[in-house]
Design a protein around this ligand. Structure first.
Ligand code: HEC
Ligand code: HEC
Length: 358
């Protein structure tokens, strides 16, 4: 039971705000929270600032996002949040391989656990503690009333239950159909609503064939609804991004539940909406999708220069445990095949983003 001294004032507040329309569902409350800049210390940014709804909830502003203070920069690229809700919780399979979880290194086991992290991250929304979050929420009577309605009268007053209520509401919003519309050209093709054009069709055949290796990581073994990731972790030898203030990002190796053997591995990202979520890789080192495809060719073909910079590809951030077995499978891609794969990847764009494809 909460101490009456802290509990009572919030109960009175709830009573006095009961006339304000509360949100009826956790997802509706989550939507309001997602767009609310008051959840950041400087009242300058919301989740949507770094997860732009018009870009599949990724950040088109650069390799890394700017914090709520207008200056801080993190060291990782903000991922798209479309289809993120389909990621399984972080777990270790019987074969020892890690799978699922949120963030590039899986350090948040679930979506609800992930959702409160940016609110308190000093480089992001930077609220000091749960008391600061409670004070900000208390400014909005509908929030107070909704949390009581949806999570119980005591939820607002206690730190753990308040954080859980906020996390679960944001997660509920991210689990709505708004984030996972399954209406790309590829989905419509699967439903028999359209025919893919020649390049898209060639790219599709190539993607799922054993001639190229993409589907050994970017495909679910058995899926009614393909996410274009098997949620495993691999080191694919991505070069360091010299624009970032970090030498080596060890990825999964920095996750306390993993170990140093996992250094350099990152969760295989979904390829849905990838044509609208540049820049690419955990560190945003590549600006164009074509560069990513040319990069994969370096494991099969002598490709000395990064076409974006005209300079040699940088050394991998972590060289030790690159998944060479999978990356050296299949045949190198010709320019015609790269064009076809590009067309297929563009066909994975949700209908509402089709105007933004690169
Ligand atoms: C300052 C920019 C910024 C803000 C604000 C921000 N995020 Fe993020 N978000 C990121 C970055 C960067 C990552 C990747 C970080 C990492 O992997 O360590 C990320 C990762 C995520 C992920 C993990 C996705 C996945 O597939 O693993 C989710 C979910 C997410 N954010 C939701 C939110 C929510 C909800 C909020 C608001 C409470 C929020 N973000 C606020 C930048 C931001
Ligand atoms: C060994 C597993 C593996 C194989 C094979 C593989 N990928 Fe990847 N892919 C990954 C991982 C892991 C990342 C993220 C790496 C990072 O962020 O450092 C990634 C990243 C990407 C990205 C960038 C996505 C983003 O949002 O940043 C694209 C695009 C991509 N892969 C497409 C492909 C295509 C096309 C193929 C086949 C030619 C392919 N991949 C083969 C594991 C793989």
């Amino acid at each position: 039971m909460p101490k009456p001294a802290t509990f009572l004032p919030w109960l009175l507040l709830i009573a006095s705000t009961a006339s304000h329309a509360a949100f009826e569902t956790r997802a509706d409350l989550g939507r309001a929270l997602f767009f609310d800049v008051n959840l950041s210390a400087a009242r300058s940014q919301s989740c949507a600032t770094c997860h732009e709804p018009a870009r599949a909830f990724s950040d088109p502003r650069g390799a890394v996002s700017i914090g709520g203070d207008g200056r801080s920069r993190g060291t990782r690229n903000a991922p798209a949040l479309t289809y993120a809700a389909l990621t399984p919780p972080f777990a270790r399979a019987p074969d020892g391989a890690f799978r699922g979880g949120f963030f590039h290194d899986g350090r948040a086991a679930t979506l609800a656990e992930q959702a409160v992290e940016p609110i308190f991250n000093p480089l992001e929304m930077a609220l000091e503690d749960t008391a600061a979050l409670r004070a900000r929420l208390a400014e909005n009577a509908a929030y107070v009333a909704s949390i009581a309605l949806l999570f119980g009268d005591a939820a607002f007053a206690q730190d753990a239950t308040l954080r859980a209520a906020v996390g679960e509401s944001l997660a509920a919003f991210e689990q709505t159909m708004e984030f996972s519309t399954f209406d790309s050209r590829y989905d419509r093709f699967l439903r028999g609503e359209l025919t893919l054009d020649r390049d898209e069709e060639r790219g599709r055949a190539l993607f799922f064939s054993s001639v190229v290796n993409c589907s050994s990581c970017h495909r679910l073994p058995e899926a009614a609804r393909e996410t274009f990731t098997d949620f495993t972790y691999h080191n694919i030898g991505v070069p360091r991004n010299p624009a970032l203030a970090i030498d080596v990002d060890v990825g999964l190796g920095g996750n306390p539940l993993a170990g140093t053997a996992e250094e350099g591995k990152f969760r295989v990202p979904s390829l849905r909406n990838v044509a609208v979520t540049a820049p690419y890789m955990h560190n945003g080192v590549f600006s164009s999708l074509r560069t990513v495809l040319v990069f994969y060719n370096t494991y099969l073909l002598h490709t000395p220069l990064n076409p974006e910079t005209g300079e040699p590809w940088g050394a991998p951030e972590v060289a030790g445990n690159i998944s060479h077995d999978l990356l050296r499978q299949g045949q190198p891609l010709s320019m015609v095949q790269i064009d076809a794969l590009m067309a297929f990847l563009r066909a994975l764009t949700d209908q509402r983003y089709e105007g933004f494809v690169q």
